[in-house]
Design a protein around this ligand. Structure first.
Ligand code: UT7
Length: 346
C-alpha cells in the first residue's frame, strides 16, 4: 500500500481519455453524503426507551459519547437507497456522471439483502451497467478498507474512476431493549470518487484485523434453512472495544505516517471513525494534534459504522474546512476486530 512520493512507480496505468496521461496515483475528486430525514435527539431516545421501561438520559449519552442526535431511515429504506443520493452528490462534486465510473465498492454491514451485493443494486439504481461492483465488509473500518482496495485497483490500472461508498442502516440491527448500544448508532451514507491521477492523492494505507476479538462487537445471526439462526441484533462490550480502539487508532496513525514519510505536524485534518468523542479526542491528543484539526460529526450523526468516515469527510469538505492541498488522515476501527488508516493529499 505504501508508496512515498519519491519511490519509483512500478506500473503506469493508462490515463483518463480526458487527461492524466501516465496516471500512477489515485486522487479523491469528489465527495458526497446523505442522511435520512428522520432525526432523533437524545431526548427522543429517552422517550422511546422509557416506553419499554428502560432508563437513559441526554446527560449520560452526551457525557459518555458526545452524541446529541442520530438519523434513522424509515421502514423500507435500505442501504442502497441512502447510497444513491450520496453517490450522486460525489459524482456531481467531481463533475462526473455515473457512466464515467468503472468500479463501485460499497462498504456496509447492513446490506439490502444476502445477495446480490448492495454495490450491484446501487449500480442498477445509478442507471449504468457493466462496471465491476462489489461489497466489502469490515464493519466500522469498512470505508478505510474499501478506499485502500480502490486505490490499489486504480494504481494497478484495473480501474480509472472508482465510486467508493460507505452506507448503513444500523437502526435495523439495534436491540432497543439494550440501552448500552441502541443510543449509539445511526443511519447514513458517504461517498467519494477516486480517479487516476498523475500526482499523488492517496499516500499510504495501513490495515489490520485481529479475529481473536470477534466476540466483543458482533451481530452473530445468520440465515439458514429459511430462518434466522442466532441473534440478528448488534452486541457490543463497549468498554472492551473502547480500550482496544484507543490503542490501535494511535498505532495505525503512526504507521501510515511513517509509510508515507510524513509526520504528525504535516497533518491538516484527522477524521477518525465517529463512535465516541472521547476516543477521537484521545487519539488527537496522543498525536499532539490541536483539537481544531479533528473533524467530529458524531454529535449529529451518532455512530454510522462504515458510513461515518466518508460522511464526516464530506461535511468537512462542504463546510470549507478541508481544502484542496490539505493532508488528511482517515481512520477506521470496529468489529472484526478491524482497524486501519489512510493518508491522502486532498
Ligand atoms: O463502532 C465501533 C467502535 N465502537 C466504539 O468505539 C465504542 C466504544 N465504547 C464506548 O464508546 C463506550 O464504552 C460506551 C459509550 C459504549 C460506554 O461508555 P462507558 O463509559 O464505557 O460506560 P460503561 O459501559 O462502563 O457503563 C457505565 C455505566 C453502567 O452502569 P453501572 O454498571 O456503572 O451502574 C451502565 O449500565 O453506565 C450505564 N449505562 C447507561 N446509563 C444510562 C450504559 N448505557 C447507558 C445508557 N444510559 N444508555
Amino acid at each position: 500500500m505504501t508508496r512515498p512520493p519519491s519511490a519509483p512507480v512500478a506500473h503506469t496505468p493508462p490515463g483518463r481519455s480526458s487527461g492524466a496521461p501516465g496516471a500512477a496515483f489515485s486522487r479523491i475528486t469528489g465527495t458526497g453524503s446523505y442522511l435520512p430525514p428522520r432525526r432523533l435527539t437524545n431526548n427522543d431516545m429517552v422517550e422511546m426507551l422509557a416506553a419499554r421501561g428502560i432508563e437513559t438520559s441526554d446527560e449520560w449519552i452526551v457525557e459518555r459519547t458526545g452524541i446529541r442526535a442520530r438519523h434513522f431511515a424509515d421502514d423500507g429504506v435500505n442501504a442502497s437507497d441512502l447510497a444513491l443520493p450520496a453517490a450522486r452528490d460525489a459524482l456531481e462534486s467531481a463533475g462526473r456522471t455515473a457512466s464515467d465510473v468503472d468500479l463501485i465498492i460499497v462498504a456496509t454491514s447492513t446490506p439490502d439483502m444476502v445477495f446480490p451485493s448492495t454495490a450491484s443494486i446501487l449500480q442498477h439504481k445509478l442507471g449504468v451497467h457493466g462496471c465491476a461492483a462489489f461489497d466489502l465488509q469490515a464493519v466500522c473500518s469498512g470505508f478505510v478498507y474499501a478506499l485502500t482496495v480502490a486505490d490499489s485497483m486504480v494504481r494497478s490500472g484495473s480501474a480509472r474512476c472508482a465510486l467508493v461508498v460507505g452506507t448503513e442502516v444500523f437502526s435495523r440491527i439495534l436491540d432497543f431493549n439494550d440501552r448500552t448500544t441502541c443510543v449509539l448508532f445511526g443511519d447514513g451514507a458517504g461517498a467519494v470518487l477516486l480517479e487516476a491521477s498523475a500526482t499523488p492523492g492517496i499516500l499510504a494505507a495501513d490495515l489490520h484485523a485481529d479475529g481473536r476479538h470477534l466476540g466483543i462487537l458482533c451481530t452473530p445471526g445468520t440465515v439458514a434453512g429459511g430462518q434466522v439462526s442466532g441473534t440478528p441484533l448488534l452486541k457490543m462490550d463497549g468498554p472492551a472495544v473502547f480500550k482496544l480502539a484507543v490503542g490501535v487508532l494511535e498505532s495505525a496513525a503512526r504507521a501510515v505516517l511513517e509509510k508515507a514519510g510524513r509526520s504528525e505536524s504535516d497533518l491538516d485534518w484527522l477524521i477518525p471513525h465517529q463512535a465516541n468523542i472521547r476516543i477521537m479526542q484521545g487519539t488527537a491528543r496522543k498525536l499532539k494534534l490541536p483539537l481544531e484539526k479533528l473533524v467530529a460529526t458524531v454529535d449529529e450523526h451518532g455512530n454510522t459504522s462504515a458510513a461515518s468516515v466518508p460522511l464526516a469527510l464530506d461535511v468537512a469538505v462542504k463546510s470549507g474546512r478541508v481544502k484542496r492541498g490539505d493532508t488528511v488522515m482517515l481512520e477506521g476501527v470496529g468489529g472484526g476486530f478491524t482497524w486501519g488508516a489512510v493518508l491522502f493529499d486532498y
